[in-house]
Each structure stands twice: as structure tokens, then as C-alpha cells.
Ligand binder design. Structure first.
Ligand SMILES: Cc1ncc(C[n+]2csc(CCOP(=O)(O)OP(=O)(O)O)c2C)c(N)n1
Length: 318
């Protein structure tokens, strides 16, 4: 923890927040973005805390709510935004759009919108690390709903059986689409699911970025010393609807307000102001810098060319 740059954590969370807020705004402008945006506003501490405990060689496998995971792992906002716009300069030449972005440059190897689909893939990359005796861990992000999928259970069983270096990060934001947790499982703590596979697990306050970081750092050490895998359940909350086309009629207003009182960014900001590690002036600078980065990303995306129709069959395996 001593070497952890907590101001950097704040910067990462704020950049994610502003990136997602920009997408929400752009979605309201007719014809700007194609399709719905699935954003992680309110959940920034999970991505920021996890990635701060990782090394560049570590792999992440992400899900449909991926922008924060990608930014925290070091993917460039310009290239993510261009991909979301469907432009040729995007991470995947405009062929992924928002939902399947891969940024192999930062070992963000796969995001998939198949709920639970990334979990066996993470077991595969963790197996590769073990087989090739490489020093990297795989982090697999998924939601509470994904932990109901058969793929989750098969993958966790195999990962535990083979002691694979994989950290399963369940972002429990209470909802899965329009369904509340109580409507899809009887469990209070999804971390308990690991017991069935003889795997250690932990429940973490997913809005406390320092706790998320600490849990991940410990899990990474365990994985690298052959004591993996581990399941970390981060309890958090999705401030918005499932996507920008969901008006969240099923989310009680008081509940949203309560969780906004526990904003992960405000929590860390106030802690750092209290300890003198942050001043209002630096906070202002961080805000301006994040706003600038997001504006630049939008400008880059808007000025970038569209892919040409002749490129449609490039990068296709078969
Ligand atoms: C296999 C599969 N089933 C259903 C869907 C439709 N779907 C997309 S996202 C989603 C909700 C996923 O909830 P959760 O895993 O809790 O993640 P969250 O959206 O809350 O981050 C569903 C049902 C899908 N994409 N894939």
C-alpha cells in the first residue's frame, strides 16, 4: 500500500466517470453514436482499484460494461472513443463498436457481451500462463447476473482444480438488466459460490477503491505463488439504467440517492483532502485534465475516417 499513488487512483476514476458521462450526453444527440451505451457510472472504484494492483503483463477479460476496465488498464481514451464511434482509427478498426473492444497493446484481450462468456476465456489465458510458466495473472470481470450462468460454474470448477492464476472479479451492482439480485438468486454474498469449488473468496466494498486495490494485490500475490484462483465480490451500484436506452423505472429513486452518497470518487477525494494528500487546487487540475482528455477523444473520433467497405473481410479468420 505504501507505494500506491492514491491521487493517481482518483485521476483514473475521474477519467472513467467523465468518459462515461460524455457517452451518456452524446447518446442524447441524434445520430452521434450508433446503438446503446452500457456505462459503469458509479462503479469506477472496481476497475481503478483492480488495475492499480496489476502489472502491464497481466491480462484482463471484460464484459459488456467494459470502458472503465479498459481505461484503468491503460487503454487510450482516443482509441476507445474512436472504436465506439465505429471509426477506422479505433482499437479494432471500427469493427467492434462499444461492446467487443480488445486492446491487446495493454493486455485487455477480450471484452464480450455474451453474459458469462468471458469467464472460460479467462480460465484459458490463466492456463496458458501456468503451462508456459509465465508470470502474469488474468483478471476476469463479470456482473452478478453472469454468476448464474453455467459457464461461470464450469470455469470456476476447472480453475480451482488446476490452481490457475486467475482472479475472478464479480461486480455486484445489485441489478442484472431489470432484475434485482433477490429475483435471480437466494444468496446474499455471491462470493459464497466459490465454496462449492474449494476456492477462496472475499467480499469487498466495491465503492472503496483502496479496499478493492488491497484485495486484488493480495490475490495477485497468491496467484503468482501458485495459490490461485480467487473470487472477489465487489459490492457496488450502477447509477444509471442497464444502458442508455433504459430509463430505470425499476430502480427506486431513494436507493439511487443512497448510493450516490457513497460515490467512490467523493469517498477517496474526501479522504485525501482530510490527510492533506490532495488540495482543492490539485483536485481542480485533475478535473480539468480529465475533461480535456475526454474532449480530445471525442474530437479524435469525430475527425477520424470511417472504415472502407473493402476492409470488411480483413481480420476475419475464416
Ligand atoms: C448469454 C446472454 N444472455 C443474456 C444476454 C442479455 N444481457 C446482456 S447484459 C445482461 C445483464 C447482465 O447482468 P450482469 O451480469 O449482472 O452485469 P451488469 O449488466 O449488471 O453489469 C443481459 C441479461 C446476453 N448478452 N448474453
Amino acid at each position: 500500500m505504501e507505494n500506491l499513488n492514491q491521487v493517481k487512483l482518483l485521476e483514473t476514476m475521474l477519467l472513467i466517470r467523465k468518459f462515461e458521462e460524455k457517452l451518456e450526453d452524446l447518446s442524447k444527440e441524434y445520430g452521434k453514436l450508433h446503438g446503446m451505451m452500457i456505462v459503469c457510472t458509479g462503479q469506477e472504484a472496481v476497475a481503478a482499484g483492480v488495475s492499480a494492483a496489476l502489472e502491464p503483463q497481466d491480462v484482463i477479460i471484460s464484459n459488456h460494461r467494459s470502458h472503465g476496465h479498459l481505461i484503468a488498464k491503460g487503454a487510450l481514451p482516443n482509441l476507445i472513443m474512436a472504436e465506439i464511434y465505429g471509426k477506422r482509427t479505433g482499437y479494432n478498426k471500427g469493427k467492434s463498436g462499444t461492446l467487443h473492444i480488445a486492446a491487446p497493446e495493454v493486455n485487455a484481450l477480450c471484452t464480450t457481451t455474451v453474459v458469462g462468456g468471458g469467464i472460460p476465456i479467462a480460465v484459458g489465458t490463466a492456463f496458458a500462463a501456468q503451462y508456459e510458466k509465465k508470470d502474469f495473472v488474468t483478471v476476469c470481470y463479470f456482473g452478478n447476473g453472469a454468476s448464474d450462468e453455467g459457464s461461470f460454474h464450469e470455469a470456476l470448477n476447472l480453475a480451482a482444480l488446476w490452481n490457475l492464476p486467475v482472479i475472478f472479479v464479480c461486480e455486484n451492482n445489485i441489478y442484472s438488466g431489470a432484475q434485482r439480485l433477490e429475483e435471480h438468486t437466494r444468496l446474499k454474498d455471491l462470493a459464497d459460490r466459490a465454496i462449492a469449488y474449494g476456492m477462496p473468496s472475499q467480499v469487498v466494498d466495491g465503492n472503496d477503491v483502496l479496499k478493492v486495490h488491497q484485495a486484488t494485490a493480495e490475490a495477485r500475490q497468491k496467484c503468482l505463488s501458485g495459490q490461485g484462483p480467487i473470487l472477489i465480490e465487489c459490492k457496488t451500484y450502477r447509477w444509471g439504467g442497464h444502458s442508455t436506452t433504459d430509463f430505470q423505472s425499476y430502480q427506486p429513486k431513494e436507493e439511487i440517492e443512497q448510493w450516490k452518497q457513497r460515490c467512490p470518487i467523493e469517498l477517496l477525494k474526501n479522504t485525501l483532502l482530510g490527510t492533506g494528500q490532495l488540495t482543492e487546487a490539485v483536485w481542480q487540475q485533475i478535473n480539468e485534465e480529465a475533461t480535456k482528455q475526454v474532449e480530445q477523444a471525442v474530437q479524435f473520433a469525430e475527425e477520424s475516417p470511417w472504415p472502407d467497405v473493402t476492409e470488411a473481410l480483413e481480420d476475419v479468420f475464416a
